[in-house]
Structures are given as structure tokens and as C-alpha cells.
Ligand binder design. Structure first.
Ligand SMILES: CC(C)(COP(=O)(O)OP(=O)(O)OC[C@H]1O[C@@H](n2cnc3c(N)ncnc32)[C@H](O)[C@@H]1OP(=O)(O)O)[C@@H](O)C(=O)NCCC(=O)NCCS
Length: 215
């Protein structure tokens, strides 16, 4: 895919990763810029690309052929995704060149998959998901929109993950588990039981440490 202009939405740490993934994907562009609501004085460029300052509420005013959402926070990324779609903006995803995608898997075209991740057969990845670096998602797992699977997490087969779920770095989810919406799984957790919506779990085996307000 070749774009005239590409806007990376977000200029934080995750945006630097997304830029790197982009450079190692089959997407090319003539012009690229970052957009963030904060523009730090001593950080006005990222990898020699301009950062444009824009309040999120005015994000739809950017002039670009396509946008890439590079915001790790699920709730903010969901809000911006819906805002941009409402204003008929084109939102694209990325497949890093090293990704292995199993037969029969369906990946929404706004979803990002980072380096060395493996997505097994018949997996469904809905819209606006981040599959970070070195993730394994096994056969027939289904992941809901606006979720983020952090680096090195391993999701076994036939797992169902809801909307706006964050799976922490290095976490493991056993086969056939069902995780509700708006769940945070802590770094390194091992999920052995279903998790209800609006919960934070952590530890080995993972236990609920706190409840979240429903979204
Ligand atoms: C689980 C998590 C969300 C909890 O955050 P929090 O609500 O701010 O919780 P706190 O840091 O106040 O910790 C609460 C308790 O849980 C424990 N805890 C926190 N994270 C834990 C984890 N991952 N595993 C085991 N215990 C954990 C803390 O030690 C603390 O225990 P204590 O009460 O006995 O002192 C967070 O620690 C975490 O793991 N986030 C994921 C980070 C990550 O994956 N980043 C990758 C970015 S790409």
C-alpha cells in the first residue's frame, strides 16, 4: 500500500514503536507526520517527522489520506477511533513483515500486529486492536475491539477476549478461557479461570485485585 500522506496519531513511546513497525511493513508513504494533543518543546520531531499539536476534539481537522492510531490506552484509542470514523477518516493497521498469520484468520484492517508475533489459524482480531511485539495468539481465539495484547503475552487456543481488554506484558491465558469487557490482566499473570467484565487481575494464578467502573 502506498499513501501520499500518513498521520500517526499519538507521539508517545508506543508511537515510536508503531513508526518502527510501519518502516518494516509493506506500507509506504510520501509524507508522514505525528499528531498529539501535547507537543513538547524539546521533542518537536520524531525520527525527523513533525509533530502537529491538536486537541483530540479537533482531531478530525487533520488533512491526511490515512491515519494510524498509536495510542496504547484502550479507552482513549477507542474514543479517537470512533471520532475519526464518524468524520469519515481512513484508519489503517499494520502487519509487521515478520508476523506469521495462520490459515483462515481474520484481522480487521485497522488492527496493528508488531514484530515476531504469531497468530494461529482461525483467529479473529476485531477493529482497533494492538497485538504488540512477540505475542502468540493460538487457534480459534477471538479478540474484541479496542483491546491491547502487550509484548510477549501468550493466549492459548479457543480463548474469547472481550472489548477494551489489556493483557499485560508476558501474561499467559489458558485455553478456552473467557475474558469479559474492560479487563486488565497484570504483567506476568497466568489466567486459569474466566474473568468477569470490569476487573483487574494479577498474579499466578491470576486473581481479581480490583474492580473497575463499567464503561
Ligand atoms: C496489574 C496492574 C494493572 C495493577 O496496577 P495498580 O492497580 O496500579 O496496582 P498497584 O501497583 O497499586 O498494586 C496493587 C497490588 O498488586 C500487586 N501487583 C501489581 N501488579 C502486579 C502484577 N503484575 N503481578 C502480581 N502482583 C501485582 C502489587 O505488588 C500490589 O500488592 P500489595 O498491595 O501487596 O503491595 C499493573 O501493576 C500491571 O501489571 N500493569 C501491566 C503493565 C504492562 O503490562 N505494561 C506493558 C505496557 S506495553
Amino acid at each position: 500500500m502506498n499513501y501520499k500522506t500518513l498521520a500517526i496519531i499519538g507521539a508517545g513511546g508506543h508511537a515510536r514503536s508503531v513508526y518502527s513497525w510501519l518502516e518494516q511493513s509493506n506500507i509506504s508513504y510520501l509524507e508522514l507526520f505525528f499528531v498529539d494533543k501535547n507537543k513538547k518543546k524539546n521533542d518537536e520531531e520524531i525520527f525527523n517527522h513533525t509533530i502537529i499539536q491538536k486537541e483530540w476534539i479537533n482531531l478530525h481537522g487533520i488533512k491526511t489520506e490515512a491515519c494510524l492510531l498509536a495510542i496504547g490506552d484502550n479507552n482513549l484509542r477507542k474514543q479517537l477511533y470512533e471520532h475519526l470514523l464518524h468524520h469519515n477518516k481512513v484508519i489503517i493497521g499494520i502487519f509487521h513483515n515478520s508476523v506469521i498469520l495462520g490459515i483462515g484468520s481474520k484481522v480487521h484492517n485497522s488492527t496493528l500486529i508488531g514484530p515476531l508475533s504469531i497468530v494461529g489459524p482461525l483467529v479473529v482480531l476485531n477493529e482497533n486492536i494492538i497485538v504488540n511485539s512477540g505475542v502468540i495468539i493460538e487457534h480459534e481465539t477471538v479478540i474484541g475491539p479496542h483491546s491491547h495484547i502487550a509484548p510477549g503475552a501468550k493466549i492459548a487456543g479457543r480463548v474469547t477476549i472481550g472489548e477494551s481488554v489489556f493483557i499485560g506484558i508476558g501474561a499467559v491465558v489458558k485455553e478456552n478461557i473467557v475474558i469479559g469487557d474492560n479487563v486488565i490482566v497484570g504483567a506476568g499473570a497466568v489466567v486459569t479461570k474466566n474473568i468477569p467484565s470490569n476487573s483487574i487481575v494479577a498474579g499466578v494464578p491470576a486473581k481479581i485485585i480490583r474492580k473497575l467502573d463499567s464503561k
